[in-house]
Design a protein around this ligand. Structure first.
Ligand SMILES: C[S@@+](CC[C@H](N)C(=O)[O-])C[C@H]1O[C@@H](n2cnc3c(N)ncnc32)[C@H](O)[C@@H]1O
Length: 213
């Protein structure tokens, strides 16, 4: 295949950002999977743009050496793949929706990572289980009003365990602002970030640090 044709296909089927290939809905394997798995129950139907902004944020505020990372609502796994390819940390990915698994597996395999996904609701974590992690990340996981309070409870529980930082990126939906307002009381800060690559977009990252005082 000529270089020019390859570049055209790359643009159509995936974009490359921070060492990660993000597959588009036009990718032939994604198209095949979509014919079999189209019943996503909670929006795990593509790579969401907040993922790119969270990846960009994490290049400036990277994981600490040796800490385990949990990606909640990982969907197709872009942020998990980015973390596992660019840092020497163990990454665990969870999602409530089993239908994201084949998309996650395809994207991890194309990116040559061995990150794996577990089907789990983040509300099921006990304090002991959360204590395994130093960093918790999530991209676009606060999109329904009823998600705000369970997320707040989860964040508080994480801060009461060993978790050092929780970082959640969002396009700025009302439930997210509600969560951000509630988290301001426990040291949450908002970082608004604009990126030009791989797409021009502006999103918000809510960062809550354990030692904010
Ligand atoms: C808008 S998608 C974002 C996916 C991915 N983080 C991204 O940025 O491409 C939201 C994801 O959160 C998952 N999700 C929703 N509620 C969840 C819960 N309580 N526990 C775990 N995952 C959840 C959905 O199944 C979906 O894959």
């Amino acid at each position: 295949m000529s270089d020019q044709k390859k570049t055209k296909n790359e643009l159509k089927y995936y974009t490359e950002f921070l060492n990660v290939k993000a597959l588009s809905s036009m990718h032939p394997e994604i198209k095949k999977l979509k014919t079999k798995n189209s019943n996503h129950t909670a929006h795990g139907n593509k790579n969401w743009r907040s993922s790119f902004v969270l990846m960009d944020y994490l290049t400036n505020d990277p994981p600490k050496s040796g800490e385990k990372i949990l990606d909640i609502g990982c969907g197709w796994g872009l942020v998990s793949i980015f973390l596992s390819k660019n840092f020497n940390n163990e990454v665990h990915s969870i999602d409530i929706d089993p239908s994201v698994v084949p998309f996650f597996s395809l994207q991890t395999s194309i990116n040559k990572t061995d990150t794996s996904i577990k089907i789990k609701n983040f509300t099921e974590y006990t304090k002991t289980k959360i204590s395994e992690y130093g960093l918790i990340v999530g991209a676009d996981i606060c999109f329904w009003d009823e998600m705000t309070l369970p997320l707040l409870k989860f964040i508080k529980q994480a801060l009461n365990s060993n978790v050092r930082q929780i970082s959640i990126a969002d396009p700025g939906r009302p439930p997210f602002w509600d969560l951000a307002e509630k988290c301001a009381k426990i040291g949450g800060e908002i970082f608004t970030r604009r990126i030009n690559e791989p797409i021009k977009t502006e999103k918000h990252v809510l960062v809550i640090n354990k030692d904010h005082k």
